[in-house]
Ligand binder design. Sequence first.
Ligand code: NAD
Ligand code: TYD
Length: 351
Amino acid sequence: MTVLVTGGAGFIGSNFVQQWLGARDERLVNLDALTYAGNLANLAALDGDPRHVFVRGDIGDRALTDHLFAEHQPRAVIHFAAESHVDRSIHGPDAFIQTNVVGTFSLLESARGHWDSLSSPDRDAFRFVQISTDEVYGSLAPDEAAFSEARAFAPNSPYSASKAAADHLVRAWFHTYGMPVVTTHCSNNYGAYQFPEKLIPLVIVNALAGAPLPIYGDGQQVRDWLYVDDHVDGVTRVLDAGRLGERYHIGGLNQLTNLDVVRTLCAVLDELRPKAGSYADQIRFVKDRPGHDRRYAMDARKIERELGWRPQHSFEAGLRETVQWYLDHQPWVEAVTSGAYRQWTTLQYGA
Ligand code: NAD
Ligand code: TYD
């Protein structure tokens, strides 16, 4: 049997691919366009493994995806591929609409063609897992209850709007065509292989370089941080046993302000890579992100009740492992922060 993973050279996708092949003896076709965020170095541990078939290509390339479905006959699609960074979506929303909306539409149609061609029981067993985000729900007030699966979408950024649009398409393909889909909404992830444009790896990389640690606005925005291995575990459970047409929240049960996250990171760095003074001295408050959502928090009781999932890593343990990973993988950091990365940081943070 075979599964098709999209975006498996990115942060969460590459963690998923490695854990999948570490735990199961099932072939995995990995379709990834290798944008700035996709990196074959994330998959180096799988070199020579015949169960991993890497294909460089765009999810919106219908001829390619039709060919992949026909050739590999996957029993499931786990759809991670996306443009994923809110700040980039503010500077240039086009790629977000193209990949997240139009690309997901094309992939859904390709998957539907394949699914239609199957005979029972393969048709009943087929799954399309849409990987989405807590950001589709918009922003919570400080004392509001966490987002439940019943909450209406209210996306505020071009990124979250494009993910919400894709989720709506997936939902419609279930209701109209009966496609066997299931959607996960996860909170902010952190861990190995995360591109250093996102808060946690950006702070680690800047701290070690002696550069400023930029905090948007007052730093009191709240995110619900989850270690990437726990997200991968949640997605796997939803693939295996999630109910069709349902949404499942995967959350960290770990709400923290950005300032607290950065201070905690600095304390871990002070311990693991001591220097004169504290890394916290490098913290700088900078202009806020336009439309910045104030708070996200996930009610993840449904996945716990139905599928027995709970985060297994405490924030302290996960963060320490993450910092250590970045310390141990300086060549990876140097490779991904060369060239185009510098253009991005200059555009976003100024010289
Ligand atoms: P990422 O940006 O690190 O990786 C995205 C991957 O998709 C890259 O490898 C990129 O090359 C690939 N890709 C982009 N456009 C493509 C296209 N048109 N065709 C094929 N491949 C393409 O993203 P991530 O952080 O790993 O996020 C993965 C998924 O999880 C996304 O759908 C994102 O919305 C969702 N998600 C992320 C988080 C988070 O905290 N990072 C939280 C919740 C949900
Ligand atoms: P990010 O990692 O971009 O994830 P998201 O916007 O999808 O939640 O940002 C996490 C939080 O950190 C968010 O509130 C924005 C904030 N942030 C900063 O304060 N400074 C930064 O340099 C970055 C990249 C993010």
